[in-house]
Design a protein around this ligand. Structure first.
Ligand SMILES: NC(=O)c1ccc[n+]([C@@H]2O[C@H](COP(=O)([O-])OP(=O)(O)OC[C@H]3O[C@@H](n4cnc5c(N)ncnc54)[C@H](OP(=O)(O)O)[C@@H]3O)[C@@H](O)[C@H]2O)c1
Length: 282
């Protein structure tokens, strides 16, 4: 018996760049059947194991599930093209940062249900973080959407869209911040005479090992740092720089605040429905 979660057939990915691709890679890695998936992307660039079309006009029968994976700025353009193709059975799953359910409902008033997912890039290797959100709706569909993200790493339902936005600022964007930290650690190593290749390996392996150990042992970051830093030792000297005036905490707080503010701007922009785009339910 195949107990893998099943994708509704047909499922369309409208847009499939970095993030759409990461989700598909994760599902493929989890052994989920992708044969019912059609990707619509203007470039028509091929993706392993799925049908790819460059235009919605060739996509055929109305889909049961649409994964919206375009940039938020493209929402109105694709909503106008999708509108005639949707039915009251279609489920829309949006991964658009910032764009709230109410804004999606304005664009897709007749669909069966609207879900938001805020994944991060490591879903591609099934070590991602995904926040999920919906309002009311059918428990069976909610279970199905949750089951599809569970194999991609850590997935959780968020109580409201404010908390989904917070998750997006921390975890959705997070891999970029961690990548910058790793690069900075490597650069500092180069500054001490290591080759760039060795410095890069040491930095990435150190972050990986630390995160892995924290998860495996359930150890707090404070305790972990204490176990590395012996009194008056080298690590303590380094930590004194990071901890001075809460410099690292403040930097990260500013970073997350900036991402959250941009998310709020995107939400605000998406609340404005273009005058010619208001769709009347029939
Ligand atoms: N990247 C992340 O880590 C991340 C994390 C969480 C959420 N998100 C959200 O995911 C969404 C996509 O981000 P991304 O990073 O994957 O962007 P991306 O790499 O630029 O991908 C955008 C996709 O949209 C397609 N596209 C553009 N115009 C289209 C149209 N008119 N019809 C259909 N498809 C169209 C592009 O087609 P081509 O492939 O043909 O160019 C591309 O596949 C965004 O809304 C973002 O907020 C991203």
């Amino acid at each position: 018996m195949n107990d893998k979660p099943a994708l509704p057939n047909p499922t369309w990915f409208v847009g499939c760049g970095n993030m759409g691709r990461a989700i598909l890679d994760g599902w493929r890695g989890a052994g989920i059947d992708l044969s019912g998936v059609t990707v619509i992307r203007p470039s028509g660039a091929a993706i392993e194991g799925v049908q790819v079309l460059s235009s919605l006009s060739d996509a055929g029968a109305a889909p049961k599930l649409i994964v919206l994976a375009v940039k938020p700025q493209k929402l109105d353009e694709v909503a106008a093209q999708l509108q005639p193709l949707l039915t009251s059975e279609t489920v829309v799953l949006s991964i658009l940062a910032g764009v709230e359910v109410a804004a999606l409902r304005d664009r897709f008033p007749e669909v069966a249900a609207i879900f938001r997912a805020m994944p991060n890039l490591p879903v591609a290797i099934r070590r991602g973080v995904t926040g999920l959100y919906t309002e009311g709706g059918d428990r069976r569909i909610k279970q199905q959407i949750g089951d599809l993200f569970a194999p991609l790493g850590f997935a959780m339902w968020m109580a409201d869209e404010a908390r989904l936005a917070a998750l997006g600022a921390v975890a959705g964007a997070g891999p970029a911040y961690v990548a910058r930290f790793i690069a900075a650690l490597a650069k500092a190593g180069e500054g001490r005479g290591l080759t760039s290749e060795i410095a890069a390996t040491l930095a990435v392996e150190t972050v990986l090992g630390t995160a892995w150990m924290a998860v495996a042992k359930g150890e707090s970051m404070d305790s972990l740092a204490r176990r590395v830093a012996s009194p008056k030792g080298t690590t303590e000297a380094g930590l004194a720089v990071l901890d001075h005036d809460q410099v690292l905490n403040n930097l990260l707080a500013l970073t997350i605040d900036a991402a959250a503010s941009r998310g709020a701007e995107l939400a605000e922009e998406a609340r404005e429905l273009p005058a010619d785009a208001r769709v009347q339910p029939s």
